[in-house]
Design a protein. Sequence first.
Length: 98
Amino acid sequence: MDVYVNLKKVGRNVMLAICDSELLGKTLREGKIVFHVKEEFYNGGCVTVEEAVDMIENSTIVNMVGKCCVEQAIARGYVHPEAVLNIEGVPHAQIVKL
């Protein structure tokens, strides 16, 4: 499966945003949470989910949304399953490496 990624250098950090391709441009709502999967934040190009998860290794901040990318990050040990927030049934996870 393909996902959208956006890799940016922010100060001394490397920030990676990943979203499953079908979510780009959508808005997820659950209770008081309104989560916009904005093109300007997530769309830096399209890659395979495997390539995207490989990019986590060299990133200090990661923001990911979507079943495919979050499940791959869990499978590779980057994200603990209990740290995943579901918004409208869609998994969202963040990683911050100190």
